[in-house]
Ligand binder design. Structure first.
Ligand SMILES: Nc1ncnc2c1ncn2[C@@H]1O[C@H](COP(=O)(O)OP(=O)(O)OP(=O)(O)O)[C@@H](O)[C@H]1O
Ligand SMILES: [Mg+2]
Length: 498
């Protein structure tokens, strides 16, 4: 039996009022690949950051080879042989590829001067192992995200660390890049080192891991060797706690989708491609329906949404609005074609120093000139919206920036009610909102839909899609992998398709 290289017991951690980890035990064996799964916010990254010295635990112990350790910084952890590639890309885009490979650990000559030539040669060699044949002197920021992610991975993979933690390493990688990464991981493992692999792609986890651990809501719910009996459904069941009261009570147990195949097609795409973000995307959105587009971070949905609005240009493929082919040169063209986009970062769309009523009427002002809309009329419209949407506090003169995130989101949506577009694209419309505010957003979106608008909701949260959509497209690694229409759908079926 393999020995425990790393052992954590009773680890707890909270951030302010949020309990991110509760009494977690975790063991990493020597020479294994250990997969971690769990929904967004389950605590995976937090536990790994504790191991890598980026966070301190509130409670609990950690041992390496049986010896208690306590890290005060990532530097301490590195010195103990623990390297982590964080979920958020943290390369230095202004520096060269080689400097990024050796960030913080540049080889120096006898005089203490960085050995540029050696560094470039060594970097090129390491990157070849990952299938990357690029000029090590080129500026890293000029390469696509997938390449940047591989460069960042190489930094830790070849650092000599004996415990390597990879947090969501494949989100920006193409299938062949993932294959190469996996073959490198197998070699690292064969050399006796250990790897923790966090991913939302359960197929990937099952393929590469010897053992898996599943988190739910800050707790570890299972650890098991990966055998033939362990499949995606088994993991999903534990990730979301299927069959338990919490799920039965919630409205998410099973949702009936209600698509409207007879309604006119307002927006259609055929073979839309923007490499490497998404490929051959073909779908139709109809009047009076909410189409959900679900997928994990990095699946290409965000880029797709931006293309539909005119912010990005597809490499090829066709987009049709009400049956007419259209090429949107920019977002102004998108607006003119009747498309509205409420971005994920709603702050960019709102004027936080302005009062609520101005933010509500902005959609109207974009189309009518100011003198057509009398100030008192502006206030009357806003007052009605604030009341019907239950925006709190209900004062149209209040400065928008003083409202909570959820209430700001309501304002962002309210402005479209007063002057409906033909197509409304919503990215993560309920992120970070409490239950009540989410319900209000559902009501607003339904009201917009019932006015005949084609609404498309892009989200990485299953709950958001399930509570809003009449039909769902699932995107996986840049492609539409599945469509759910006129059928019963549940969270586990949605996750299994992604
Ligand atoms: N620095 C922080 N400050 C405040 N809260 C935090 C911080 N880091 C994590 N949290 C909270 O702790 C909980 C666990 O977060 P964590 O990032 O560990 O989840 P995760 O399992 O990695 O999720 P994901 O799959 O979305 O990456 C969440 O509720 C999160 O909001
Ligand atoms: Mg995470």
């Amino acid at each position: 039996m393999a020995s425990a290289l790393l052992e954590l017991t009773g680890v707890s951690k909270s951030f302010g009022g949020v309990q991110a980890l509760r009494d977690v035990d975790f063991t990493l064996l020597a020479g294994e690949i250990h997969g971690l799964a769990g929904e967004n916010g389950a605590g995976k990254s937090t536990l790994m950051k504790i191991i890598a010295g980026a966070h301190g635990a509130d409670e609990g112990q950690m041992k390496i080879n049986g010896q208690p350790v306590r890290f005060r910084s990532s530097r301490d952890a590195l010195a103990a042989g623990i390297g982590m590639v964080h979920q958020e890309l943290s390369v230095a885009p202004e520096l060269s590829v080689a400097e990024n490979v050796f960030l913080g650990a540049q080889p120096v000559n006898r005089l203490g001067i960085v050995a540029w030539r050696d560094m470039a040669r060594a970097a090129a060699e390491q990157l070849k192992n990952l299938g990357l044949d690029i000029d090590p002197r080129a500026r890293l920021g000029d390469f696509p995200i997938g390449v940047q992610q591989l460069v960042e991975l190489s930094r830790v993979l070849f650092s000599g660390a004996r415990i390597i933690i990879l947090d969501e390493p494949t989100s920006a990688l193409s299938p062949p890049e993932i294959e190469r990464l996996f073959s490198v991981l197998s070699k690292v493992k064969a050399s006796g080192r250990s790897i923790v692999f966090i991913s939302h792609f359960l197929d990937d986890i099952l393929k590469i891991s010897d053992e898996i651990t599943i988190f739910r809501n800050g707790r570890k719910v299972a650890t098991t060797p990966v055998t033939a009996a362990i499949d995606k459904a088994w993991i999903i069941e534990r990730m979301i706690g299927l069959g338990r009261e919490e799920l039965e009570e919630s409205y998410l147990g099973e949702i009936r989708l209600d698509s409207r195949p007879e309604a006119p097609v307002v927006l259609a795409t055929k073979g839309l491609t923007l490499a490497p973000a998404y490929r051959e995307v073909s779908f139709e959105a109809r009047a009076g329906e909410v189409l959900g587009v679900y997928g994990f971070m990095g699946c290409g949905q965000l880029e797709l949404a931006r293309t539909l609005f005119g912010r990005l240009r597809a490499d090829h493929g066709v987009m049709e609005i009400a049956g007419r082919p259209m090429t949107l040169a920019n977002t102004t063209a998108g607006k003119r074609a009747g498309i509205a986009y409420v971005a994920e970062s709603r702050r960019a769309m709102l004027f936080s120093e302005e009062p609520v009523f101005k933010n509500v009427s902005i959609a109207i002002l974009e189309r009518l000139s100011r003198w057509l809309l009398k100030p008192d009329r502006e206030r009357v419209i806003a007052q009605a919206q604030v009341k019907s949407l239950d925006i709190r506090p209900p004062h149209i003169e209040a400065r928008l920036g003083g409202l909570s995130g959820g209430n700001q989101q309501k304002v962002a949506l309210a402005k479209w009610l007063t002057h409906p577009p033909r197509i409304l694209l919503l990215a993560e419309p309920t992120r970070g909102m409490d239950v009540g505010a989410k319900e209000d957003v559902v009501k607003i979106v339904r009201a917009l839909r019932d006015q005949g608008i084609a609404v498309i909701v892009f989200s990485t949260e299953p709950e958001t899609v399930l509570s809003l959509a009449d039909r769902v497209l699932v995107m996986r690694k840049g492609e539409i992998a599945h469509e759910f229409a006129s059928e019963a759908i549940s969270k586990d079926r949605l996750l299994a398709a992604a």
